[in-house]
Ligand binder design. Structure first.
Ligand code: CP
Length: 330
């Protein structure tokens, strides 16, 4: 197995890449943001930053040579699926891609536990996206190899929340003291559920902007309240735009709406335009987990505050860090 220690730039911490099987992350599942403390997040972000510098310097390196990832997606994905593939391949490993389960034995009625037990016979780590809340936890119960939750229905998307937080840290150089405004579909948007929970580890203010029908779920608001983080809900962006440091916009998930007609009625009311940015801070960043549909007009892409394409790229470095960590190499 190749062991590689890169030169360190940009921080004072030595982050060796190589056998780290006594690490707290070795062999662990990544199922929920609630499993992390702030010290662990700092470590993940430092490793991700090293990955960022390594990719810029050498592109790919053989940290995970010989390791295999099973990428098991029961729901569509572009970014999560391809960034995990890219992460594994940039680290010298390889991937079993099951991006369309209709071509797998799932269509013959194979259960999730049996599918996972099959794949772990061939792979060292399993990345799973599934429409049901709790599916990753169920898979992890049956798997001996690490399972990484790549989105479980309207539940969580922990690797997205990690890359979101990494984006804020890289772009604004801090998280404490910021006002984060989440806008759009806060009811079904698993990315905002995970990010709001993760932000309770920091000293932030949270604003929620949505129509009542797509409001942040009560149980998540209760968790945030118990953490002592100030939060407030609005039906329009206007009252909070000027104070916002991070505007996190989400897609209205038409596929999860009980009444798809609601989708049409929301267009325009919860979108970001160049005119919106006129009233925002110069240093505010606009984030979006993507894909976007109508929530951010394309003219906004040219504004330096549009961070969503950089955010998507940061996902590669976070996923490289997580794969290296759970496989005992960082
Ligand atoms: N952000 C995100 O999860 O994108 P995909 O659905 O394309 O993976």
């Amino acid at each position: 197995m190749t062991s590689f220690t890169p030169p360190i730039h940009g921080n004072n911490r030595h982050l060796p890449f190589g056998d780290q099987q006594d690490s707290a992350f070795y062999g662990r599942d990544i199922l929920s943001v609630s499993q992390f403390d702030r010290e662990q997040l700092t470590y993940i972000f430092d490793v991700a930053h090293e990955m960022y510098e390594m990719v810029a310097r050498v592109g790919s390196f053989d940290l995970l040579k010989g390791k295999i990832l099973a990428n098991l997606f029961y729901e569509p994905s572009t970014r999560t699926s391809s960034s995990f593939t890219s992460a594994m391949e940039r680290l010298g490993g390889s991937v079993i891609p099951i991006n369309n389960v209709s071509y797998s034995s799932v269509t013959k009625g194979e259960s999730l536990p049996d599918t996972v037990r099959t794949l772990e016979a061939y792979a060292d780590v399993i990345v799973l996206r599934h429409p049901e809340v709790g599916s990753s936890a169920l898979a992890a119960k049956y798997a001996r190899k690490p399972v990484i939750n790549a989105g479980d229905g309207v539940g969580e998307h922990p690797t997205q929340a990690l890359l979101d937080l990494f984006t804020i840290r890289e772009e604004l150089k801090r998280v404490d003291g910021l006002t984060v405004t989440m806008m759009g579909d806060l009811r079904y948007g698993r990315t905002v559920h995970s990010l709001a929970r993760l932000l309770t580890l920091y000293d932030v203010r949270l604003n929620y902007v949505s129509p009542d029908v797509l409001a942040m779920p009560r149980e998540i608001m209760t968790e945030i309240e118990e953490s002592g983080i100030p939060q407030a809900s609005f039906t329009s962006l206007e009252p909070v735009l000027a104070e916002t440091d991070v505007l996190y916009v989400t897609r209205v998930q038409k596929e999860r709406l009980e009444d798809p007609n609601i989708h049409e009625s929301l267009k325009g009311a919860y979108g970001v335009t160049t005119e919106t940015l006129l009233r925002a801070k110069d240093k505010m960043i606009v984030m979006h987990p993507l894909p976007r549909v109508w929530e951010i007009e394309m003219a906004v892409d040219d504004d330096p505050r549009a961070a969503y394409f950089r955010q998507m790229e940061y996902g590669l470095y976070i996923r490289m860090a997580l794969l290296a960590m759970v496989l005992g190499k960082a």
